[in-house]
Ligand binder design. Structure first.
Ligand SMILES: Cc1cc2nc3c(=O)[nH]c(=O)nc-3n(C[C@H](O)[C@H](O)[C@H](O)COP(=O)(O)OP(=O)(O)OC[C@H]3O[C@@H](n4cnc5c(N)ncnc54)[C@H](O)[C@@H]3O)c2cc1C
Length: 474
């Protein structure tokens, strides 16, 4: 941050510099402007100053300073969210950039966990575990080159291998969190200062869950302990095409219910496959929807048998074997797969969770919207993709790609109708952020919200942590 001169006018500049030194704090307009966006088009307030702690003690000192001066503090990871979650809602906030805290603290082979600092990026973690013969369950969001473990678990991210292991939050065993009081809490078996971090549910209620998905409003995560598994060398891929979305959904649900795959991805219509893998369906004129399946096991025969079962299920539902190009590409290009989609233009995403059975209903609504706004005639492509998660739900990833600014108004109109359709058809966002907050709040049970607010008040009485988040977006 020192390449650009700090302005040194933020009221906390000197005090922050005293904590972290010259090089890891800046209030230069260039720096704060760079920190005023994440990876989507939504905007909020610019931070007043950015600070990069290197240690738990520095985080505590910064939190104490903010509490004593009643200054807003917003934690940030890779700022790779696509919902505006890490953007300050109030002016002059201190932005706490966690990416310098990226060490692997411990791989505990006895209890099969890895403890990492919260600013570590998923791609790096996977690589380092692979070298030691281990893998994670949930591997990271598709943007895992940049997204951090702390950021993802703070917004319920979902992505690679969620079909087998569930979302990012399911893999968490324990958290180390700095509270607004400056005190540190360790959850799971971490309550016992002499115990290993090996289980999430133990002795008391689940305090880990309190901080997962909190969008940084209840504490700053400094360490995350995740489950690890033996590396599984045997991977089998399979792509299956269907004439109708109803057929592909039925097969997708059956495969997902039976827990056969590491990753299971459905592309809901022909246009989605054409956007993702241009030309792939050219030789399959009758195919309108497809899924890509990846089986990964420690045993070769087990992997092969599981893929045979996936194939049997697909064929039973009228599917056609399309080979394995899409699924291989999907898995081997992990974290690099979706970036090239930016070539299609700005992303307007609608990422959310939904029962697999409700995919056709959503798509009927979306197709009407695509037609109403004549999206393809206007050069706006889409991908409607669903990733199987847990036993019977999916993440709906219906994204519009707006090729140029002049088409943005049109794209935004269609997108807003899609967001309404998603909520109307029983969808539940996994992130919140500027993208979803107003729509989510309208549907939220008042008692649920009051409970959250009471917890927030108890943990953060001066309301310094990510203030105004979960209160509505202007
Ligand atoms: C190409 C691309 C693909 C993507 N694919 C996916 C995908 O498949 N699935 C998915 O879920 N997302 C996806 N995303 C969005 C993004 O990558 C993820 O949501 C990611 O997990 C965000 O992590 P981050 O570190 O960038 O968090 P940030 O955006 O920096 O922050 C997210 C939230 O977490 C809070 N926070 C950050 N660090 C901490 C901390 N240490 N303590 C407390 N609170 C904290 C912030 O205040 C904010 O509320 C994608 C983005 C891109 C650009």
């Amino acid at each position: 941050m020192t390449a650009v001169q700090a302005s040194k006018i933020h009221p906390l500049y000197d005090a922050l510099q005293a904590i972290v030194g010259d090089e890891r704090v800046s209030d230069s307009p260039v720096i704060v402007s760079a920190y005023s966006k994440d990876a989507c088009h939504l905007t909020a307030e610019r931070p007043g100053v950015v600070v990069m702690p290197n240690s738990l003690e520095e985080v505590q000192a910064i939190v104490n300073l903010c509490r004593e001066t009643k200054s807003p503090l917003v934690p940030a990871g890779g700022r790779n969210g696509i919902c505006g979650a890490c953007l300050p809602r109030v002016k002059n906030a201190v932005m706490l950039d966690m990416v310098n805290m990226d060490r692997i603290v411990k791989i505990d082979e006895d209890v099969m966990t890895v403890t990492v600092e919260a600013g570590l990026r998923w791609a790096e973690l996977i690589h380092r575990l692979d070298e030691k013969g281990y893998k994670l369950g949930f591997r990271g969001p598709y943007g895992g080159n940049v997204g951090t473990v702390g950021g993802s678990t703070s917004i319920n991210s979902i992505g690679y291998a969620a079909s087998k292991f569930g979302p990012s939050t399911e893999g968490v065993v324990s958290l180390e969190v700095v509270l607004s009081s400056g005190e540190v809490i360790r959850t799971g078996t971490g309550w016992n200062m002499g115990a290993k971090l090996f289980a999430r549910y133990s002795t008391y209620n689940d305090l880990t869950g309190l901080f997962l998905g909190d969008s940084g409003t209840l504490g700053v995560k400094t360490k995350v302990t995740l489950k690890i598994y033996p590396k599984a060398e045997h991977i089998v891929y399979g792509d299956f095409g269907f004439k109708t979305l109803e057929e592909s959904t039925a097969a997708f649900l059956e495969v997902q219910k039976r827990g056969l795959t590491e990753e299971l991805n459905l592309l809901a219509d022909r246009q989605s496959t054409d956007t993702f893998f241009p030309g792939f369906l050219d030789r399959h004129k009758e195919i309108n929807s497809m899924f890509a399946s990846i089986v990964q096991e420690t045993d070769e025969q087990l992997a092969a048998r599981k893929m045979e079962i996936v194939r049997e299920i697909a064929l039973k539902h009228g599917g056609k074997d399309l080979g394995n190009f899409a699924s291989q590409m999907h898995w081997s290009e992990m974290f690099n797969l979706v970036q090239p989609l930016y070539n299609n233009g700005f992303w307007l995403n609608t990422c959310h969770l939904r029962p697999i059975t409700s995919i056709p209903e959503l798509m009927k609504r979306c197709w009407k919207i695509f037609e109403k706004y004549r999206l393809l005639n206007n050069g706006i492509k889409w991908i409607a993709s669903c990733l199987g998660a847990d036993r019977a739900y999916a993440t709906g990833w219906v994204t519009l790609f707006v090729p140029e600014r002049s088409k943005m108004d049109l794209g935004l109109k269609a997108w807003n109708e899609m967001l309404d359709a998603i909520i109307d058809t029983g969808g539940c966002p996994y992130w919140n952020g500027l993208l979803w907050e107003n729509r989510a709040l309208k549907q939220t049970n008042p008692a649920f919200l009051e409970t959250y607010r009471a917890i927030k008040k108890a943990l953060d009485p001066d309301n310094i942590l990510a203030p105004e988040v979960f209160t509505g977006v202007e």
